[in-house]
Design a protein around this ligand. Structure first.
Ligand code: VGL
Ligand code: ZN
Length: 379
């Protein structure tokens, strides 16, 4: 799975900004066009407190572009830029920010700068980006943005180190070039580290035509690529499905009315992670635990991530993470949140086939994922 990373395309790095990158504005239309070709887009955002120690203004008698030692690390000094919440830190107004699936803010710790989207400059703290990408099966990254010789370079080098197949899209990047040749040297350094440098036209050719968003709602996008139409979820998390088994060896199913099939459907507890306001960065496991509790009232101490699989690859890019939860025990009534009306069924393993046959006879539908769960429960 591939993802596009748009690095620091923020007002302060555009012509007229506090730390203007020459012709930085030229990457905006290219980034917009590239974003149409990726189903996963991550943006990084330089996000400094007003007293950040990379600012020359914080060091008596120092000027921008001078080098100092900061906490044992070499640090280039910069004009004040990308102050948290200020207009200079906002993404370029012409950038299609609605296409971002995830935003990584960096440089918030005043004592250390953070050029890379993955780690601060001392590799003391991770931003969680590598894990976020791996959780979504991403193994290949395409990087664009500003500035070639700083944040693009450090992001690309860390991407290689984290094991991603990494490409930098040269015509979709611009650099500062404080010293003549900085950008050229940055490109060489990236190439020597194993980064593939290419042009956006090569990405266009490879991805076989643009992704047209035919329609978008808060939850779904209808996409056309070439002659194929399909559906994507807009949510930033993942989809989780739980195979719950009680201490007594019963499987736990849920039943609810599903409008698309106009039937009650027997399913496994499932849901989206990161769809709760205030918990957007919830992990997949935490999301699975929350869904199980909300829908069934059960908890478990024995979780295993059992399978990652696509569900209907002609229809959607949806990928589901299956978790098996053993020795589940009841702590509340379940039944879903206020908007849901969910029945919970506990069925002995040996009786599942006969029980499902009765449900079908009674006019209910059975979710195919349930059968995947039965297989995983037997493993
Ligand atoms: C950057 C210098 C300071 C960048 C950020 O985005 O390349 N450069 N802060
Ligand atoms: Zn900065």
């Amino acid at each position: 799975m591939r993802a596009l990373i748009v690095v620091d395309v923020q007002n302060d790095f555009l012509p007229g900004g506090a730390l203007a990158v020459p012709r930085g504005d030229e990457v905006v239309p290219i980034a917009n066009r590239l974003m149409e070709r990726f189903s996963l887009v991550v943006a990084t955002q330089d996000w400094h407190p007003a007293d950040h120690l990379s600012f020359a203004s914080q060091h008596e008698g120092r000027r921008s572009l001078e080098q100092i030692d900061l906490d044992g690390l070499p640090q280039t000094l910069w004009p004040d830029h990308c102050l948290q919440g200020a207009a200079g830190a906002s993404f370029a107004s012409a950038l299609d920010v609605f296409r971002f699936d995830h935003v990584v803010r960096k440089g918030a710790d005043r004592r250390i700068d953070s050029y890379s989207g993955f780690y601060d400059n001392g590799r003391r703290r991770s931003t969680g980006l590598a894990d976020w990408l791996r959780e979504r099966q991403v193994d290949e990254l395409f990087i664009t943005g500003l500035a070639t010789d700083y944040c693009v370079k450090f992001t690309a080098l860390d991407a290689v180190r984290e094991g991603f197949r990494t490409h930098v899209i040269a015509d979709a990047c611009r650099g500062i070039d404080a010293a003549e040749g900085d950008c050229r040297r940055a490109m060489e350094e990236m190439r020597d580290a194993g980064v593939e440098i290419l042009n956006s036209t090569a990405v266009d050719d490879e991805t076989g035509g643009r992704r047209q968003v035919l329609h978008a709602t808060p939850h779904l996008r209808l996409i056309r690529t070439g002659r194929w139409d399909y559906v994507e979820r807009t949510n930033r998390g993942g989809v989780v499905c739980v195979v719950p088994i009680t201490a007594e060896g019963e499987l736990v199913f849920v039943e609810q009315y599903r409008p698309p099939v106009a039937r009650n459907v027997i399913e496994l507890p499932a849901g989206l992670t990161g769809d709760v306001a205030g918990a957007e960065s919830e992990t997949l496991l935490a999301g699975a635990q929350r869904e199980l509790l909300e829908e069934t009232g059960l908890v478990s101490d024995q979780w295993r991530e059992a399978l990652v699989a696509v569900t209907s690859p002609g229809l959607t890019d949806e990928t589901i993470h299956f978790f098996v939860a053993r020795a589940c025990r009841r702590v509340s009534t379940g039944g879903g949140d206020a908007s849901e009306s969910i029945l919970v069924h506990l069925v002995r393993m040996a009786e599942v086939d006969a029980w499902l046959a009765r449900q079908l006879k009674a006019g209910k539908q059975i979710d195919a994922r349930l059968h995947t769960g039965l297989y995983l429960a037997g493993q």
